[in-house]
Write a protein that binds this ligand. Structure first.
Ligand SMILES: [Zn+2]
Length: 431
């Protein structure tokens, strides 16, 4: 047991070689602890002569909560000068990185702690700011500087990738008109690691990112998964021309559902002259329609057919619903050769002139992407990991209530889903 008062103070504040100069307890809210570094003898860096203290300056920083109370530390930093008149050295201040890094208002240990709380545990910036008793910006600035150091200064975080995926993510609706801001996530589909997030959903930013990884890295990519988007296809054509492109089943089925929805709304409008209302038979089908057929109960199926009878006299919605079910059926096949044949046939069948325009449009898209769609059966790259990454990011967005800044969004997503090496956190230098 320690009974020396100086040592006891050191132990209580958990800092070595400091003198506690005093403690203030404000309004039962904040605790403020005054420190100085205990370094008795300091020599001039130029000539080695014993330096003298010129003055002291104070910096107040946010520290980890002490006994559950927000805590401030005030470092009394000494400024020295060299008493030798012939020595060219001016004055200098003592440096202690524990008192935090330049321009940060938080102690170093609190900075590392909050990076992990928010980055790994997914807590919100506001929640941490409340706990530390400081404002949102102080926490967020600190998070950016430690987080970017952890993610961007570690050259081993992005390893070799065999199955690469590109996916668009809406990260915020901005301003009065809720302008949508998109980003592109670059994912290691095999191990479900978010590699990076780049702005926009055009091909430019992902192309640049991929080319920056170097030829060797690109040569290792065997499969490239994508949604049914032209820009990503040309990114892959340009950067990994030899990789097999695979259409993400999730997006293929999503497209079929989208066409079905378009068809339902058009038929509704033609028949009733207005958008769907609560009691319109077609409006009432909308949830049953998108449900997978085998997941419909007998009752549900009967109800769906009854509603379609009433609201879909030409059978257009029914035909598009069948098309959607056939597209889903694509993924019951396991034979890659049969799969291509199946996509080709389905695409052709959907071109028949008596079918509604939505089904025909679906068929055209299937034909345009038939190789990528069929390749899924050969590659067996599941879209599972991409979806897992998406779910993680959604969680981060929910916690943050949407991001106004791409930089904030990127670092939060990468800390949470990018598998940073947390064991490096203790040694990084914030940016
Ligand atoms: Zn000197």
């Amino acid at each position: 047991m320690e009974t020396d008062p100086t040592r006891m103070c050191e132990m209580l504040v958990d800092l070595l070689d400091v003198n506690v100069l005093g403690v203030e307890s404000r309004h039962r809210e904040f605790v403020t602890v005054h420190f100085e570094c205990r370094r008795v003898v300091v020599g001039c860096p130029e000539c080695g002569v014993l330096a003298q203290v010129k003055d002291r300056r104070r910096i107040e920083l946010v520290d980890l909560p002490m006994n559950g109370r927000p805590t401030r530390v005030v470092w009394h930093i000494r400024r020295f000068f060299c008493p030798d008149e012939l020595c060219p050295t001016g004055s200098w201040s003592e440096v202690d990185t524990r008192s935090g890094f330049a321009r940060l208002l938080i102690t170093d240990r609190a900075g590392r702690w909050l990076t992990r709380q928010i980055g790994e545990n997914g807590r919100s910036v506001q929640e941490i700011a409340n706990e530390l008793g400081c404002d949102w910006h102080t926490v967020n600035d600190t998070l950016l500087r430690y987080g970017e150091a952890l993610v961007d200064d570690d050259p081993t975080r992005v390893g070799l990738v065999e199955a690469l995926g590109l996916d668009e993510v809406l990260f915020v609706r901005e301003g009065e008109y809720h302008r949508q801001c998109f980003s592109t996530q670059i994912v290691d589909v095999e191990c479900g690691q978010l590699l990076d997030v780049v702005p926009g959903r055009s091909g430019a930013a992902p192309t640049q990112w991929l080319l920056a990884q170097g030829e060797q890295w690109l040569a290792h990519v065997r499969y490239a998964t994508l949604d049914l988007s032209g820009p990503y296809r040309s990114v892959f054509n340009k950067t990994v021309p030899r990789a097999t492109q695979v259409a993400d089943p999730f997006h293929v089925i999503k497209l079929a559902n989208l066409k079905l929805d378009e068809c339902r709304r058009r038929v509704q409008n033609e028949l009733f002259g207005h958008r769907g209302r609560k009691h319109d038979p077609l409006y009432r089908t909308r949830l049953l329609l998108t449900k997978a057929d085998e997941r419909l109960s007998d009752n549900g199926r009967e109800k769906l057919m009854g509603l379609l009878n009433a609201g879909d006299p030409k059978g257009e919605v029914l035909a598009t619903w069948r098309a959607k079910e056939l597209v889903r059926g694509l993924y019951d096949h396991h034979d890659p050769d049969l799969a291509l044949e199946f996509v080709q046939r389905l695409g052709n069948d959907l071109q028949e002139s008596e079918l509604p325009e939505e089904a025909r449009s679906l068929g055209r898209t299937l034909l345009r992407w038939k190789n990528q769609i069929a390749a899924w059966h050969e590659a067996h790259v599941s879209n599972g990991p991409t979806e897992a990454v998406n779910n993680l990011i959604k969680r981060v967005k929910r916690v943050a209530f949407g991001f106004r800044s791409f930089r904030n969004y990127r670092i939060r997503a990468l800390l949470y889903a990018g598998k940073p090496n947390w064991s490096l956190l203790a040694d990084i230098t914030p940016r």
